[in-house]
Ligand binder design. Structure first.
Ligand code: NDP
Length: 242
């Protein structure tokens, strides 16, 4: 990484994204923290001052992504590290019982959103011949579980996109990596169950889940490898997750 790298983290308002902001800041980076819930991003700014640039961003909206990332204040670009973390699961029913709006949210955020942000950031990295994109996938991209058909498909798409990106930028000096978490206790489960806290908590029965900082540790480790080393893909599980 550059001496004082600039890191863009999407989905920085909670969970893994928020933990990545903290972890990169602790290493002396400056962080562009992007999400829709700007009140939370302002809290980050209040806590960390000028080292954080809060940015209101809905990754699903390509025009907004291009506009916002194309007009960052002086001194913030170039972006050295992009953590494509914004994502969600919705529902846990069989496909034929799903609400199609939930499919749209997952596809638009996890797949199109990741493409939108990458499309806005990668050209600059390739032009400069340096930079690192770290995509947050999931163990769900490597398997299918009941009630997870569309979410698993979106994360499988992240895995394919990551591999494709790596080929696309080969020889340019840009690094592409993927970090695949297993079960992490964040707001993810509550979002999945549309705010049903009981259903959300039941997901962790019998498992001591990871905490967001566990994944942030891995993300910063991936980002801090020597120039000639790329961690292509890491799967991180809680000890007792099957
Ligand atoms: P959280 O719900 O805690 O965080 C999700 C983040 O994504 C929030 O900051 C949210 O911000 C942001 N986000 C959602 N939709 C959008 C959008 N349209 N535009 C911009 N930001 C958006 O969950 P996690 O931290 O657990 O999830 C982070 C990533 O990790 C996701 O990609 C998820 O799929 C993946 N993951 C999580 C696992 C887990 O067990 N928790 C396991 C495997 C992978 P806001 O609502 O403010 O926009």
């Amino acid at each position: 990484m550059a001496t004082t790298p600039v890191v863009l983290v999407t989905g920085a308002s909670s969970g893994i994204g928020r933990a990545c902001v903290d972890a990169f800041l602790a290493q002396g980076a400056r962080v562009i923290a992007a999400a829709r819930r700007t009140d939370r991003l302002e809290d980050l700014r209040a806590e960390h001052g000028d080292a954080v640039l809060p940015v209101a961003l809905d990754v699903r909206d390509r025009a907004q992504v291009d506009e916002v990332l194309g007009s960052l204040p002086d001194g913030w670009p170039p972006i050295d590290v992009l953590v494509n973390n914004a994502g969600l699961a919705r529902g846990k029913t069989p496909l034929h019982e799903d609400d199609p709006d939930d499919w749209d949210q997952m596809l638009d955020t996890n797949v199109r959103g990741l493409l939108n942000v990458s499309g806005a950031v990668l050209p600059g990295m390739v032009e400069r011949g340096s930079g690192h994109v770290i995509n947050i996938g999931s163990n769900a991209g490597r398997e299918v579980y009941p009630g997870g058909t569309v979410y698993c498909a979106t994360k499988a798409a992240v895995e394919r996109i990551t591999r494709g990106m790596r080929m696309d930028v080969l020889g340019s000096g840009v690094k592409i990596s993927e970090v695949d978490p297993g079960m992490v206790e964040t707001e993810f489960s509550e979002v999945r169950f549309h705010g049903d806290k009981e259903a959300a908590a039941a997901v962790y029965d019998g498992v001591t889940p990871l905490v967001a900082a566990d994944i942030a540790n891995v993300v910063t480790w991936v980002a801090n490898q020597p120039p000639h080393v790329v961690i292509a893909d890491v799967l991180v599980y809680p000890l007792d997750q099957a």
